[in-house]
Design a binder for this molecule. Structure first.
Ligand code: FE2
Ligand code: FE2
Length: 286
């Protein structure tokens, strides 16, 4: 069993008063009420919460889950993220490739001995290449939530964005458990389709030599209504509860390393290439 050191709190490091010019106060992140990017964010969630249905998710799992569309390396995928700006993110208005390095470097500072965890930081949003395959942002980015059961209170913008979703009219999808059994485990729940599930599928398909925690963190890192909101516990099994501290640990870096002070990818690439060579080398199927 791996020991997880959770003493380190990156929100301390990136706070303005301790690191002038970088980041912002913890409570200023994930503001879905106001801010310069709010129209874009709201619109992305409105489309997501209107169109992510059981049927849609099943179709996308079928379409992309087999990873038989193209071949490329991790570094090639990372370079593609230079062309993706996440339209659901109220805290970031720069290409996702920088966010990959920011997250990875934050983890590297706090967990110097866990090189596989550094790689998780680099890989976690790589599924956003879907946005360059013609997928709309609402089917790629943003928080995830289970489809096929009642939407829980901590789902962002729940009150104003689900009214036109056809699943809301299906009584069997709108009970506490909906399609699912109590404590069936999140692996058996259909999550709204996006970059988390897609990257998890890519990792599985290409047999990344990473520990189960790495697969799990990437698969559920956007499930804020669960890992931060505390909802959907009635669907979790023991495995989910065992993994929850890892997801929370990862989330600190995913969120609080976001700042306008951008890293230099060219300086960092040799180190991360060595991790790629160790855990997921060569041309992969996507
Ligand atoms: Fe993400
Ligand atoms: Fe991220």
């Amino acid at each position: 069993m791996k020991v997880l050191n959770m003493e380190f709190d990156p929100s301390e490091v990136y706070r303005p008063e301790t690191d002038v010019g970088k980041g912002k106060a913890v409570e200023e992140y994930r503001n879905f009420k106001e801010g310069p990017l709010m129209d874009r964010v709201y619109n992305t969630y409105l489309l997501m919460h209107t169109n992510q249905t059981v049927e849609f998710v099943q179709k996308k799992n079928e379409e992309y889950g087999g990873c038989r569309r193209l071949q490329m390396s991790i570094m090639e995928a990372l370079d593609l993220l230079d062309h993706v700006v996440d339209e659901s993110d109220p805290d970031v208005d720069f290409p996702n490739s920088f966010h990959a390095f920011q997250t990875a470097e934050g983890i590297r500072k706090a967990h110097p001995d866990k090189d596989w965890f550094h790689l998780v930081g680099l890989l976690h949003d790589m599924g956003k290449v879907l946005a360059l395959a013609g997928e709309p942002q609402w089917a790629v980015v943003g928080d995830t939530f289970p489809v096929g059961c009642k939407v829980q209170p901590s789902v962002v913008l729940r009150e104003s964005t689900f009214h036109a979703n056809p699943d809301m009219k299906n009584p069997s999808y709108n009970t506490e458990f909906g399609l699912y059994q109590p404590h069936c485990g999140l692996a058996n729940v259909l999550m709204s389709w996006g970059h988390d599930e897609y990257m998890y599928r890519v990792m599985k398909h290409n047999r990344f030599a990473l520990p189960p925690e790495a697969f799990y963190m990437i698969r559920f890192h956007s499930f804020y209504p669960w890992h931060t909101g505390g909802d959907y516990m009635h669907l979790c099994n023991e495995e989910d509860l065992r993994m929850l501290p890892w997801v929370k640990e990862f989330n600190k870096f995913d969120l609080y390393t976001k700042c306008e002070d951008l890293p230099n990818p060219e300086e960092l690439k040799p180190y991360y290439q060595s991790l790629i060579d160790k855990y997921c080398p060569g041309q992969l199927w996507w």
